[in-house]
Design a protein around this ligand. Structure first.
Ligand code: ADP
Length: 312
C-alpha cells in the first residue's frame, strides 16, 4: 500500500464558534485535504448540536420540549433523544447528582443572564422543588424519538451537550477519513490515533486556580476523551459571593464543597462531561468512592490543593 511519508504531512488547525466558546481540531494531513469543506462540515455538526440542545436559543428542540404542555409527547431528533437517554442514565448512576431538571435553579440564580441572589422565600421554594425522578417527571421514548415532561421542570443539557458536541466533531473527522486527531470545545477534548511521530496527543491539565493559568500536569490522550468540571470556571459574583454554576440538586442551590475541580477520562466526551459535573457534586470523599465503585478514571483536586486520583 502506498503510504505518505511523515515529511509530507502538514499540521492543520481548524476552529470556529461553538456554544459561547470555540471548537478546535488538530490533525496532520497531506495536501489533498480541503480545509474549507472540512471546516464547514465540522461547523455544521456543532451548530446542529446547539440547535437541538441549547437553552440559549428559544427555538432549539430542547426549548420546544420545555415549552410544550405537560403530558404532551414532543417529537425530537435522534441525537437529542440519545443525549437525553445518556443524561438520565448518568443521573441514575450518580444518584441524582447529575440532574438535567436543574433548569429552573440555573435561571433563578441568574446563570443565563442577570446574576442575582434569590430572596430567602425563593431559595426555600427552590430547595423544596419536586425532585427530578424520571420516568415520573420525564418520559423518553428513544426508539420513537419523542419525549414528554410530566412535571413543570425545566430541562437543561448544558452539563452534557458540549461533550456531545466534541463526540460529533470526532464522528465527522472519522467520516471524513481522518484517523488521527485531537478535537475539543472549551477544554473538553477527545483524541484518536497518535501524532505522525507515534507519540500520543497531549492535553494540559490546568491548576484549578482562579485567574491564573498554571499547569498541574499533562494528560496523554489516545482513543479517549477528557472533561473537567471546576468551581474555578464559569463562576458569577452575586452580593460579594462567588457562586459556582454547578447546582447541588439536593440543596437546590449553587454547589459549595471541598472540591476545586474534577477531571474525568472516558471513551466518549459526553460521558466525561456529565461525570465531571456529577462527581464534583459528590464532593471530595463521596466522589472518589463512587468513581472507584464504577471504575471511572478521575482526578480530584481539593480546595486545599490535595490531589486524589482514581485512575485505574
Ligand atoms: P463545567 O465544565 O464547569 O462542569 P459544564 O459546562 O459541563 O460546566 O456544565 C455546567 C452547566 O450544567 C451549568 O451551567 C448548568 O446549566 C448545568 N448544571 C448545573 N448543575 C448541574 C447538575 N447538578 N447536573 C446537571 N447539569 C447541571
Amino acid at each position: 500500500m502506498w503510504k505518505m511519508s511523515t515529511e509530507a504531512l502538514r499540521r492543520r488547525a481548524l476552529s470556529g464558534p461553538a456554544m459561547g466558546s470555540r471548537w478546535s481540531v488538530l490533525f496532520h494531513a497531506g495536501g489533498d485535504v480541503d480545509e474549507t469543506a472540512l471546516t464547514s462540515r465540522l461547523q455544521s455538526a456543532v451548530d446542529r448540536v446547539e440547535q437541538q440542545m441549547s437553552t440559549w436559543r428559544p427555538a432549539s428542540d430542547l426549548e420546544r420540549l420545555n415549552a410544550a404542555p405537560i403530558g404532551l409527547w414532543v417529537e425530537i431528533p435522534h441525537q437529542l433523544a440519545h443525549v437525553l437517554a445518556t443524561a438520565l442514565e448518568i443521573g441514575r448512576l450518580s444518584q441524582g447528582a447529575f440532574d438535567i431538571g436543574v433548569g429552573d435553579l440555573v435561571r433563578a440564580w441568574g446563570f443565563g443572564g442577570g446574576a442575582r441572589m434569590p430572596d430567602s422565600g425563593c431559595i426555600a421554594m427552590l430547595a423544596g422543588r419536586p425532585s427530578f425522578e424520571p420516568p415520573k417527571t420525564l418520559q423518553l421514548d428513544p426508539a420513537g424519538c419523542r419525549a414528554r415532561r410530566l412535571a413543570p421542570l425545566r430541562l437543561d443539557l448544558s452539563g452534557i451537550a458540549k461533550g456531545f458536541g466534541v463526540d460529533e466533531l470526532a464522528r465527522e473527522m472519522r467520516e471524513a477519513g481522518l484517523s488521527s486527531w485531537l478535537v475539543g470545545i472549551d477544554g473538553e477534548m477527545r483524541a484518536e490515533g497518535t501524532k505522525p511521530d507515534g507519540r500520543p496527543w497531549t492535553v494540559a491539565h490546568e491548576k484549578p486556580t482562579q485567574g491564573e493559568r498554571e499547569i498541574l500536569g499533562v494528560l496523554e490522550l489516545s482513543g479517549a476523551a477528557v472533561a473537567t468540571s471546576g468551581s474555578y470556571r464559569h463562576q458569577i459574583e452575586v452580593a460579594g459571593r462567588r457562586l459556582s454554576h454547578t447546582m447541588d440538586p439536593r440543596r437546590g442551590a449553587p454547589l459549595e464543597n471541598d472540591l476545586a475541580s474534577v477531571t474525568v477520562l472516558t471513551e466518549t466526551c459526553m460521558a466525561a462531561d456529565a461525570w465531571a459535573t456529577a462527581l464534583m457534586v459528590h464532593g471530595a470523599s463521596e466522589g472518589p468512592a463512587l468513581a472507584r465503585r464504577l471504575g471511572l478514571a478521575a482526578l480530584f483536586v481539593r480546595t486545599d490543593g490535595e490531589v486524589v486520583a482514581t485512575w485505574p
